[in-house]
Design a protein around this ligand. Structure first.
Ligand SMILES: [Fe+2]
Length: 294
């Protein structure tokens, strides 16, 4: 049986049915999925009740699976799988105002996974295991649609600009210091081009994220405001897709051409578990892209 592919929105994303990701996929199907991924930026596979091993095996068709970083308030049970969870090992749900829950609020800002690293992930693959009955969606926005929506003048301006992305910048916006000195050293500010072109089809994307702190060579405060404005521009409804999770949904999204963010839900009322893998890139976005100090 051949997979069927249909559009999710007029601007990006496709839904893929007639495929079972727990089974070994042949080269023809993998090539088709790779092509769809490069073209549409987001692939939704509904009803995939698969194991972590199958999730990682699927990921590795597309590249090297990254080992997740242990982030604040989360824990993971297996290498290569990042578990997004809202309860502790004893099964107690996080309280709404405790630091672990507040830390999750960072995921409610538009971002691309890993843009605070010199080599951001190419893609992320999220699988819904437990979903709340209300809220807890993931919204995605097309950075290609955002690029195409800019004026010619802005495109010319941002075409060769560089933005400095910093993990601490995003966390500062939450008004809480979650960054240990060790983490701060581990994630120094990095430089990324504001326009990223897909290496296969050349499609251009406006590369912005809540990690982007300022535009190189411009006034830091003013360019920070401009980046915030660009982020709001990119996240507007006409470029976005709101995904209400069903258990078994698996979504693969391109971090070079998509923003995403989580929507709120009663974190202290309902359990929610998503499991994620990330596909590593093999080169930085530009030469000399690690800065020593912000
Ligand atoms: Fe994310």
């Amino acid at each position: 049986m051949q997979p069927s592919i249909c559009a999710l929105t007029p601007v990006f994303g496709v839904k893929i049915k007639n495929i079972d990701l727990s089974q070994k996929l042949n080269c023809g199907i993998i090539d088709k999925l790779k092509e769809a991924f490069e073209e549409h930026s987001l692939l939704l596979f509904p009803k995939q009740y698969i194991t972590d091993e199958a999730h990682v095996a699927f990921t590795e068709h597309f590249g090297v699976s990254e080992r997740p970083r242990k982030s604040f308030g989360s824990y993971h049970h297996k290498p290569n799988i990042n578990v997004v969870i809202n309860y502790d090992k004893e099964g107690n749900l996080y309280k709404a105002n405790e630091p672990r829950a507040r830390f999750r609020k960072g995921q409610r800002m538009w971002h691309t996974d890993g843009s605070y690293k010199s080599i951001p992930s190419i893609a992320s693959i999220l699988r819904a295991c437990i979903v709340p009955p209300e809220g807890g969606h993931t919204q995605f926005a097309s950075l290609r649609a955002a690029w195409n929506g800019l004026s010619k003048e802005d495109q010319n301006r941002f075409q060769n600009r560089t933005a400095v992305h910093h993990y601490a910048h995003s966390r500062r916006q939450m008004n809480i210091k979650f960054l240990s000195d060790e983490e701060a050293k581990k994630f120094p500010p990095v430089r990324h081009p504001m326009m990223r072109a897909n290496p296969i089809n050349g499609k251009k994307a406006l590369y912005v994220s809540s990690y982007a702190a300022y535009i190189e060579g411009e006034d830091k405060t003013e360019s920070c405001k401009e980046l915030e404005m660009l982020l709001r521009f990119a996240g507007q409804k006409r470029f976005a897709y709101d995904h209400k999770w069903q258990v078994g949904d698996l979504v693969m999204y391109d971090n070079r051409s998509c923003l995403h963010r989580a929507t709120p839900y009663p974190i202290d009322k309902y359990p929610r578990i998503l499991r994620r893998t990330n596909i590593a890139d093999n080169h930085p976005t530009m030469k000399n892209n690690i800065l020593n100090a912000l």
